[in-house]
Design a protein around this ligand. Structure first.
Ligand code: BDR
Ligand code: CA
Length: 310
């Protein structure tokens, strides 16, 4: 399986990269960085650090968009820390970022292996929208796309209705949902119900070795923030769950052929992901449907996540 990862690392992005990197049968063809959890300077540097930490130093890391298509950027330092990795110092990267942008690298990879590359999108969808501008045939050139983003039948996390990755660039998300990708959406609907428990976090802490030790240290800051949300020591596992779904679609139950639109105008609802879920749905008939994850086998996912870090 060949995967291009587009991400804004970010603590949960780090866990997703760890999950993929631990599988020797997975080729990571490239990592694109994007602004989001932090500035693109920081997320690019983190992507380089993480690929080295998780044993994939030769994967090209391409710097992506530094800002959304339309609105000004905003970052999530309160969740991920000022350095995006919970304030944990990881070894400085030996390598540097690739000479092409994330969008260019994605397009070139897809053109060179039509129908073979899967895309895992873990940040704002700006790079994917820019890639579609460079290559409108992209939906036919990549095999499928799994997006962590949105909140369809769940509350948002940055506003009452909007999830961070979509809210960070609603126009880009709208372009991507309209493009006709074979797309699975792993939204807050499932990620907020797939939380790492205190016992699981302790199990991770007990694993020896740099990868697990640092990953557990990243999570300390993230868990502190989520403890404020949930009231007990636990955290959501957004991005690694999307990675796990890409590797094993049967990990989730999904509603199929769900058309999604992004609210671009609402005073209180900008960034909301709206599906027409009525039995006689006809509102978005002109829009390609996505696969919307609705239930997760959390037990299997958490066991696999620990295995990846062992
Ligand atoms: C998403 O937003 C980011 O902060 C996380 O890394 C994740 O991709 C969750 O809403
Ligand atoms: Ca992310």
């Amino acid at each position: 399986m060949r995967i291009f990862v587009d991400c804004d690392p970010g603590i949960d992005d780090a866990l997703a990269l760890a999950y993929l990197a631990a599988r020797p049968d997975i080729e990571i063809t490239g990592v694109g960085s994007v602004f989001g959890n932090n500035s693109v300077d920081i997320t690019t540097d983190n992507a380089l650090r993480l690929m080295e930490l998780y044993g994939r130093p030769s994967v090209p890391v391409a710097r992506g968009a530094q800002r959304p298509l339309v609105q000004p950027p905003s970052f999530a330092e309160s969740v991920h820390g000022a350095n995006g990795l919970g304030g944990v110092e990881t070894p400085a990267p030996q390598g540097t970022f690739f000479h092409e942008s994330a969008a260019e690298l994605l397009v070139r990879s897809a053109r060179s292996a039509p129908g073979e590359i899967d895309v895992l999108a873990l940040g704002p969808l700006t790079n994917l929208a820019l890639a579609l501008g460079l290559e409108p045939r992209l939906p036919k050139l990549v095999r499928r796309v799994v997006v962590m983003g949105g909140a369809v039948r769940a509350p948002g996390n940055v506003t009452p209705w909007a999830e961070a990755n979509i809210d960070n660039d609603p126009e880009a998300a709208e372009v991507v949902f309209a493009a006709g990708f074979d797309l699975t959406l792993v939204a807050l609907d499932v990620t907020m119900r797939t939380t790492a428990s205190a016992a699981w976090l302790d199990e991770l802490k007990a694993i020896e070795g740099d990868r697990a030790r640092m990953t557990s240290a990243f999570l300390d800051c993230y868990v502190d923030w989520y403890t404020g949300v949930f009231g007990t020591r636990q955290c959501a596992m957004h991005d690694p769950l999307a990675a796990a779904v890409l590797l094993d679609p049967d990990l989730v139950t999904a509603a199929v052929d769900v058309p999604i639109r992004v609210e671009l105008k609402g005073e209180y609802t900008r960034g909301q992901t709206i599906a027409d879920l009525r039995p006689n749905a006809d509102a978005f008939a002109d829009r390609p449907g996505v696969r919307l994850a609705t239930e997760v086998n959390g037990e299997v996912f958490f066991a696999r996540m620990l295995d990846a870090l062992r």
